[in-house]
Write a protein that binds this ligand. Structure first.
Ligand code: ADP
Ligand code: MG
Length: 611
């Protein structure tokens, strides 16, 4: 009897499918297809993308859903990745002053906006004026403070928040008819400028401030222009991840310096803990990481650039998965040194300087619902039985092993969008797996920021295509120096430009002032910093006794293995360890694509034969 099987692999970026006819243990592959993943991997919205991929595969196979017996779905790894980039030079803010900290017991909740006023002044103010933020020194006890705020309210004077020196916030808030957000334990309360617009924010327990940690939140509160918003952006970043915060606007160069340090990164391993200064750069961070493996979590110093950066990653992840921020654990990080062009302040012609920065990719384990929910929803949409079959890494190995010339023992490196995943197999099943943060998306991001390209699609073109310089309307010089001539004139907008020679859209001009050599160097360096580093790191984690020399063969799969130079850069990095490394060619036709989907079918067939 013939059965028709569809294998489906839902990845972070791409969903792949293949259709196979199985008869008495013999498999014939009839077609495959892919589509962009819809929604966060492992969640019900994936169904849309899965159906699209299956449609395409069935179309190519000339079959319909009605003929399909079973759809096999991968046991999606519950990891997703996040990216952040931050300058590591210290920033001085001159137009605002801020307090961001995590007192044990702030009072009230929410956001209060008003003009700062000294506690002693409160009794003298008349109704009809601005809302107020009251600054309360240690000399005032909580009963006196609460009574004065209540009395003001009776008179029609609104106090919408308070900044308190003592640890009294909760005691004050509890005595008010209408509680207001109160930040306490502010040691230098005397330094808070008076008569200035200010905002006080206190988050619910276990959460962090939202409005003041968001540049546009600040812009809304203080009605800032885009230029002013740019200047206060570091304030927002530094407040990310704090439970309570105060921002006071001191416009007109009323200088109140506040340095935001680069900060330290704390790596919590399951057995050891290490703190690294981010100023030390990527190599130092990665070295510390190696020493604390296996990693349990990473935290950044509160009030520093890196603190804001990690808080940002955690929040994005929490928003994506619906998990509580406090439960998000970072299980792997990749740091890469980079630089960002920044406009020089006070420059007359938009001068740019390159600031050192560090980019971090983080891998987060989620507690999302079981893959069975996705399977059930897909079953309803396709009206075909859906089975969840097999762990992704094991399926990847099986699929990769359909590459001609491969056999176990073998290591498979899946070069994806968010993560670089390694699996090592002695026999049929993967014996060790590792998910390393950082892959194609980080490369795109590094290229974009280093070249000052905001458009992600354009950065993606620069990553995936060779370059050329259009030297005349009838000839271009390719990046290897050779010249190519044309009979028809090239489009005028490409003239004298560096262009990306894309497969789908032909010549795409790159509107930056850098020369071809510079763009090429940035592109190759970005790939090396991510994939050469991660290939070694991930293989070390899965190799017998942690020694990469124990691995003889590596098969590269995944979208980034399609790149025209990444496989070569990875092979170069592994050559020193005596590793044979090549790009997979799944079922001798798919190249590095479709490995997991194919592995699902292979595993199913073997099971059937054994049964
Ligand atoms: P996932 O398995 O996580 O869904 P993929 O295996 O689809 O991810 O890999 C996605 C990555 O592959 C992206 O970073 C994308 O830029 C990259 N990619 C896709 N096609 C190509 C290509 N032709 N050349 C280089 N990179 C590519
Ligand atoms: Mg994948």
């Amino acid at each position: 009897m013939m059965t028709l099987i569809v294998g489906v692999d839902i990845g972070n970026s791409t969903t792949e499918a293949c259709v196979a006819a199985v008869r008495e243990g013999e498999v014939a592959y009839l077609g495959s297809g892919l589509a962009a993943t819809t929604g966060v991997k492992g969640t019900v919205p994936n169904v849309t993308g899965a159906v699209r991929a299956i449609d395409r595969a069935l179309g190519r196979a000339g079959r319909t859903y009605a003929e399909v017996d079973t759809i096999l779905l991968n046991e999606a790894t519950p990891v997703i990745s996040g990216l952040a980039m931050e300058t590591i030079t210290e920033t001085i803010i001159t137009e605002s002053t801020m307090i961001g900290h995590n007192p044990q017991t702030p009072g009230g909740e929410g956001l209060g906006v008003g003009v700062t006023v000294a506690f002693e002044q409160l009794g003298t103010l008349h109704p009809g004026g601005d809302d107020l933020i009251c600054v309360i020194p240690a000399a005032v006890d909580f009963e006196e403070a609460a009574a004065a705020i209540e009395a003001a309210a009776q008179r029609g004077v609104t106090v919408s928040g308070a900044i308190v020196q003592r640890d009294d916030a909760r005691l004050i808030a509890n005595r008010l008819t209408t509680p207001i957000p109160i930040v306490d334990e502010v040691t230098h309360v005397e330094r808070v400028p008076l008569g200035m617009a200010a905002a006080v924010e206190v988050a619910a327990p276990g959460r962090s401030v939202r409005t003041l940690a968001n540049s546009y939140g600040l812009a809304t509160v203080f009605t800032l222009t885009p230029e002013e918003t740019r200047v206060v952006a570091p304030v927002a970043r530094a407040l990310m991840g704090t439970r309570s915060a105060v921002v006071v606007r001191t416009p007109g160069g009323d200088v109140t310096d506040r340095r935001i340090p680069a900060g330290t990164l704390e790596l919590h391993g399951e057995r050891a803990k290490k703190a690294v200064d981010v100023n030390g750069g990527a190599a130092e961070i990665m070295d510390a990481l190696k020493r604390v493996q296996p990693l349990a979590d990473v935290v950044g110093e509160t009030g520093s650039h890196v603190g804001g950066m990690l808080a940002g990653v955690r929040e994005t992840m929490a928003d994506l998965t619906g998990d509580e921020v406090a439960t998000i654990r970072i299980r792997d990080v990749l740091a890469a040194d980079t630089f960002v062009p920044r406009e020089v302040r006070g420059g007359l012609a938009g001068e740019f300087a390159l600031e050192n920065a560090v980019a971090l990719a983080a891998m987060v384990r989620t507690s999302r619902g079981p893959i069975e929910q996705v399977a059930r929803a897909l079953q309803e949409a396709a009206r075909v039985t859906v089975r969840v079959g097999g762990v992704e890494a094991e399926m990847a190995v099986r699929g990769a092993l359909t590459t001609p010339g491969t056999a176990t023992p073998v290591a498979v490196l899946d070069l994806g969008g968010g993560s670089t995943d390694a699996a090592f197999a002695l026999g049929d099943d993967a014996s060790a797996t590792y998910h390393a943060a950082g892959a194609g998306d980080l490369v795109t991001k590094l290229i974009g920021s280093e070249l000052g390209i905001d458009d992600r699609e354009l950065a993606e073109h620069v990553k995936t295509s060779p370059l050329a310089k259009v030297e005349s309307l009838f000839h271009i010089r390719l990046e290897d120096g050779t010249v190519q001539y044309f009979d028809k004139a090239l489009p005028a907008e490409t003239f004298a430009r560096v262009v990306a020679l894309t497969e789908q859209q032909g010549m795409v001009p790159i509107p930056v002032s850098h020369g071809l050599d510079r763009i090429r160097r940035v592109r190759r360096d970005a790939k090396r910093r991510v994939f050469a580093v991660n290939a070694l790191r991930a293989l070390r984690e899965v190799a017998p006794h942690g020694n990469v020399r124990g691995i003889d063969f590596v098969v590269l799969i995944g979208g980034s293995a399609l790149d025209f130079e990444i496989p070569e850069l990875v092979a170069e990095a592994l050559a020193d360890f005596g590793v044979v490394c090549g790009t997979g060619n799944v079922r001798a036709v798919e190249g590095p694509r479709n490995a997991v989907a194919t592995g699902l079918v292979e595993a199913y067939v073997r099971e059937e034969v054994l049964a």
